[in-house]
Design a protein around this ligand. Structure first.
Ligand SMILES: [Zn+2]
Length: 123
């Protein structure tokens, strides 16, 4: 059954046709039914798979996009950390100091786990 199909309405008995009616819950569309065009009696539910599948696919791709967006930087960070390990504590300019570790090159306080563009591996 689809909108526009001719029916003999079981409710009002008239020769009528099906119309699609949205079921609203406040402003939220909850679904659609096929109803008699004459008396608006519900004749059938509108099969929702098509729409639901589309929505699910949309959500899945949105989720994938979301995951990709968030996955890439994390992955890059881990790879950079494991393959390069440009931490200040391994740098030749790193000066361990009881009142705060310093960078001898930039003459500023640094954290051992900082990374730096001027990193030079300690011999
Ligand atoms: Zn009817």
């Amino acid at each position: 059954m689809k909108p526009g199909d001719e029916i003999t309405c079981p409710k009002c008995g008239r020769n009528s046709f099906l119309k699609k009616v949205a079921i609203l819950d406040g402003w939220t569309k909850k679904g659609e039914i096929l109803a008699c065009a004459s008396c608006s009696a519900k004749i059938a539910d509108v099969p929702a798979h098509g729409q639901t599948k589309q929505q699910a696919a949309h959500q899945a791709s949105a989720l994938a996009a979301f995951l990709n967006e968030n996955e890439t930087p994390i992955k890059t960070r881990i790879e950079a950390g494991e393959s390069e390990k440009r931490f200040c504590r391994d740098c030749t300019h790193f000066i361990k100091h009881p009142f705060g570790d310093k960078c001898g090159l930039h003459d500023r306080n640094v954290n051992p786990m900082d990374d730096c563009g001027d990193f030079k591996r300690k011999e």
